[in-house]
Design a protein around this ligand. Structure first.
Ligand code: DX5
Ligand code: ZN
Length: 224
């Protein structure tokens, strides 16, 4: 499956958001990752649905909304209404994950289920068939620029096996601490969608960074 790169605008310079979005689009980004934080589920706050409204006017790229919020059932429809293409909710925040994911699918959005680092894969066993992608958090959510948690690699491998065993084509998104040092092993473990915030927006040349990511992932393909 094609590997995708999704820059997280959490690390973008909001003063020049339009330039930042156009720059990563020109540099070859596949999705735009939008981190929504409510100050309850995670100890930080970001933006609401208005950011999707703005970004929808700036880019054709799929808008991937990562909802780090409690009560996602109240929040999800607001993001769908503004034109989100892909929406992930956390399994830890969903009382009725099955209903929530089905609703997202019914709106013709891609549905993702996200897991915090301490959350076992067994928690998504009965909903994995409904989702387009699983978000494996490789840092504790809330902030950009944290260190990749090493045992995530084993979690990705086990998830890849779970997906294969069930005969599914679910994508694996990895979020947190993805950078030139970690991306090769993340790809090798079986991830498809690489979210990167600080490693892209903190670099001086987005095209070079994204190109080097693709090279690292491709090199890695050839060695499998
Ligand atoms: C963490 C967010 C991530 C974050 C990744 O709470 O979900 O998407 O922006 O940032 P980096 O790539 O800097 O770890
Ligand atoms: Zn995220």
């Amino acid at each position: 499956m094609m590997k995708l790169i999704a820059p997280s605008i959490l690390s973008a310079n909001l003063i020049i958001l339009e330039q930042e979005i156009k720059a990563v689009e020109a540099a070859g980004a596949d999705w735009i990752h939008i981190d929504v934080m409510d100050g309850h589920f995670v100890p930080n706050m970001t933006y609401g649905p208005v950011i999707v409204n703005v970004l929808r006017k700036l880019t054709q790229l799929p808008l991937d909304v990562h909802l780090m919020v409690d009560n996602p059932d109240v929040i999800v429809p607001l993001f769908v209404a503004e034109g989100a293409d892909c929406i992930s909710v956390h399994i830890e925040a969903c009382t009725h994950a099955h209903r929530m994911l089905q609703w997202i699918k019914d709106q013709k959005c891609q549905a993702g289920i996200a897991l915090n680092p301490a959350t076992p894969l067994s928690s998504i066993e009965w909903v994995i068939e409904m989702v387009d992608y699983v978000v494996v958090m490789s840092v504790n959510p809330g902030f950009a620029g944290q260190h990749f948690i090493p045992n995530t690699l084993e979690k990705i491998r086990l998830l890849r096996k779970m997906i294969l065993d069930k005969g599914l084509s679910t994508r694996i998104q990895v979020d947190g601490g993805v950078n030139p040092k970690t991306i090769q092993s993340v790809a090798q473990a079986g991830a498809d969608i690489m979210v990167a915030g600080s490693a892209i927006f903190g670099s001086s040349n987005y095209a070079e960074t994204i190109h080097s990511f693709r090279k690292l992932m491709r090199d890695n393909y050839e060695t499998i």
